[in-house]
Design a protein around this ligand. Sequence first.
Ligand SMILES: Nc1ncnc2c1ncn2[C@@H]1O[C@H](COP(=O)(O)OP(=O)(O)OP(=O)(O)O)[C@@H](O)[C@H]1O
Length: 631
Amino acid sequence: MDVPHEGSQKSLKPSKKRQKVEAGREETLMDVDEEQVPTRLSIPPSVPITNPGTLPLFPLPTLPDFPSRRDLALQGLDQALVDAEFIDSSTSLPVPLGGDDDGGTNLSERSRKRLHELGIAHLFAVQTSLLPFLLPKNSRKRALYCTYSPPRDVCVSAPTGSGKTLAYVLPIVEILSSRIVTRLRALVVLPTRDLVNQVKETFEAVAKGRGLRIGTATGQHSFSHEQSQLIADRSVNLQGGSSKVDVLICTPGRLIDHITDTPNFSLQHLRFLVIDEADRLLAQSFQDWLAQVLSATRPSKAVRGNLSGSLDFVTPSPILYHNAIAPAFHPFHCSILDGPNYIYEQKETSCQKLLFSATLTRDPSKIAGLELRDPKYFVIHSSRPEKNASSGLLDIVMEQFTMPESLTEHMIVCESSQKPLYFFYLVREHSVLNCLVFTKSAESTTRLVRLFEYFEQSRANNHDGSYKPIVIRPYSSDLGAAERKSVLEKFKAQEIQILVCSDLISRGIDIQHVSHVVSYDVPVDIRKYVHRVGRTARAGRHGDAWTLVEEQEARYFKNMLKDADHLDKVRRLRVLDKNLSSLLPHYEVYLSDRFCAKLMLFIVEGLRITQGGLFEMRGKLLPRHYTCLRL
Ligand SMILES: Nc1ncnc2c1ncn2[C@@H]1O[C@H](COP(=O)(O)OP(=O)(O)OP(=O)(O)O)[C@@H](O)[C@H]1O
């Protein structure tokens, strides 16, 4: 092997000193032995020589452009998403009354009549596309068990208030109405108790007179009470399960309790599994609820094991022929008429998964956990001219969510100490009533309500007896279930004009008369923003959303909107000092009273000011910021 010795290496690499000396000459730019270069190197004509005797200028190397965020987002996209069906949000379809013509809705005459009774004469965009898909004309595809050609799963992304609930309630009621025996055939999972009650009301309204039994499981009642409401027979172990309800609407926690601890609670007969507010529920890892539910909808390993082991067949006990067992859970192909034939046939569960959200996740890991079967995506997107199907795909990939067209959005930037004043201003000067106000916590909710009541009282004191204070109430996790229900009912009856809440009810809640939403504290992310503002401008009605942004949050909030390609939709409202002048005295009265009250409380509790100007209570120094008695 030719190993270059020290001398030869030296000749290959000129010493630093030599490099320096030769720096002015063109040849030294080449890292080669001069001996090997027979002639002088010629410089390409494109390289400009600025000054003979100096180094030539070479063009700077250029980097290829970075792929845009949009290009990156489109990489490795799920084919189902690429094949998504985009529906213009202005699409609607009349619901014909009477006669055989269903007008393309695929709804029975009975359902159409019921819709008219409920005041629904047209289907909204999400319903126009979902109904024909979930309710095919072919009656075999509407069967309760489709073991040999199971239905495709469905993911729906549609704006808030666009009628997603009815889009799944109608087909479920229509298909389950053909059932003879009550079994648990539809399961609807929702994130909160309030939403469960709301969806139950929709089911009951639509299914009226169809004989379907609708149940709920939320933990509102004792576990044993719920068990007795859901299960007909708990005394013996029934392989096909037992159910008193056809449709169960529940929260994930209580559902898991029943799956694990309620005898004869079975999901084997499920024809529909609905996950509403899917992105929120998929983010919940509570007891790995989704994996448990999915596994309960599939036959156990024992059954599947029997299918694969041809010689190890155990003679089926008579109970296996009982029609209570769902076909996919039966180890042998059999029917009541021809009895068992011991031939293995691939059977799948008939459970069709339906996912809904206004902010559907595209997180592949979350979607993979759902084990979707040939999923079909439906995306309801804005009817604005610049929005077409391809921009719709980008929007969903970039999580740029569609907002209701009838929504007007505003933001007000203000000093944090002035925020309550700006809120009073909105209420009094812009008639922001019939309003939901969102704060960041239960504590802020209570504080804002107290402050507002104080403000109203101060104004009432300055008027004659005819002044009618605005009724404001908190709605937060601090209230008990019964109290929350009563507050919500009073708000629905418009006995309460402003409801202040934490994000507890920012999703899904549908209260028709809400004409304003105020984000008193800025939402932490765009999803929260979308759901909060979506409590108004529902079902095509007009609504206003207002966000109070503290000066130090303005940049963050604007960036959040910009990332969602939504900044230009939010109008900035500038409030002049003179607009606030009539309200200011009442606010100042509050501030001074509150300061005194707090000081009194501190003194009563043993507050002392040390020589260093710090506060001390019961022998302990309070943090320095207490010296300004935070309000
Ligand atoms: N075809 C229709 N015609 C008239 N009103 C309808 C129709 N479909 C639904 N609605 C009404 O629209 C309102 C909003 O519907 P729904 O609560 O299902 O919205 P959503 O899309 O689920 O909203 P969110 O994403 O906020 O949960 C409800 O009051 C519902 O009764």
